[in-house]
Write a protein that binds this ligand. Structure first.
Ligand SMILES: NC(=O)c1ccc[n+]([C@@H]2O[C@H](COP(=O)([O-])OP(=O)(O)OC[C@H]3O[C@@H](n4cnc5c(N)ncnc54)[C@H](O)[C@@H]3O)[C@@H](O)[C@H]2O)c1
Length: 247
């Protein structure tokens, strides 16, 4: 009898928040999961919580190409080459654009946009070889409709959306799909450090009258990662309780 080996999914930013929940959900869906993060100890701990056998945590700085290439080598040796890449690592601090300096906008763009481009490029060969690859980019509604105090971040996330659409066009002949999930305000460390008044105002603006939970976002990622979703590509799905209804 032929042994079935579980497919491998890579999730960046998987030590915390949405990425951590996405990794757990993809594992529950049957994937072996590689959890990549700047914070190695938390990535390893998150992986251990998921499974000692079929999940592993790796240190990876997505803004450093050599670090991404090194992580790819370790993943190939330890878990196998991935067919799914979820770009979830991100960074945002609320600050008026007029107060931003060069270091601030470079950070917003290098983590949220350039890092996503680099990780996708490094794993592209594996996705092509898989014959049915999936790229799922966690953008943001900020990239669709803007967000006060997150102007450079919004530019980066808008870039992620455009990148995903072009990638979907180029990679269709390899049966690789590329899609974006745009979370609205979601209960994670990134959001919960913000001013409580801003969080309250955001919650009130959501038609569903609650913040998203990481599970809400993971559910959408699970859909795009599924083998039955191979005809859905270049799409942008907001998971925001109706906060944005972009056409
Ligand atoms: N929480 C929200 O309200 C919200 C809304 C819209 C979009 N998002 C997006 O969802 C994604 C996940 O955010 P979250 O809320 O779970 O945040 P989080 O802060 O809980 O997790 C982000 C993770 O990314 C990691 N990271 C940061 N820089 C990195 C780098 N250079 N290399 C590798 N890892 C790095 C961090 O260490 C952290 O573990 C981000 O892309 C974010 O922009 C979040």
């Amino acid at each position: 009898m032929e042994e079935t080996v579980a497919k491998v999914a890579v999730v960046t930013g998987a030590a915390s928040g949405i990425g951590r929940t996405v990794a757990a959900r993809l594992h529950a869906d049957g994937f072996r999961v590689a959890l990549l993060d700047l914070d190695e100890a938390k990535a390893v701990e998150a992986a251990r919580e998921i499974s000692a056998e079929s999940a592993a945590g790796y240190r990876c700085d997505i803004t450093d190409l050599a670090s991404v290439v090194a992580a790819r080598g370790r993943i190939a040796a330890e878990l196998g080459a991935p067919s799914v890449v979820v770009n979830c690592a991100g960074w945002s601090v609320i600050q008026p654009f007029a107060k931003n300096d060069e270091a601030f906008w470079n950070r917003a763009i290098s983590i949220n946009l350039t890092g996503t481009v680099a990780v996708t490029h490094v794993f592209l060969e594996d996705l092509i070889a898989a014959g049915e690859g999936r790229v799922i980019n966690i953008a943001s509604d900020a990239g669709r409709v803007g967000s006060t105090g997150e102007t450079a971040y919004s530019a980066a996330k808008g870039g992620v959306i455009a990148f995903t659409k072009s990638l979907a066009r180029e990679m269709a002949r390899h049966k690789i799909t590329a899609n974006c999930v745009c979370p609205g305000p979601t209960e994670t460390p990134m959001l919960m450090v913000q001013d409580p008044q801003r969080i309250e105002a955001l919650t009130k603006a959501v038609p569903m009258r609650r913040l998203a939970k990481p599970d809400d976002i993971a559910n959408a990622v699970s859909f795009f990662a599924a083998s039955g979703s191979g005809y859905v590509t270049g799409q942008v799905l907001s998971v925001s309780g109706g906060l944005t209804m972009a056409g």
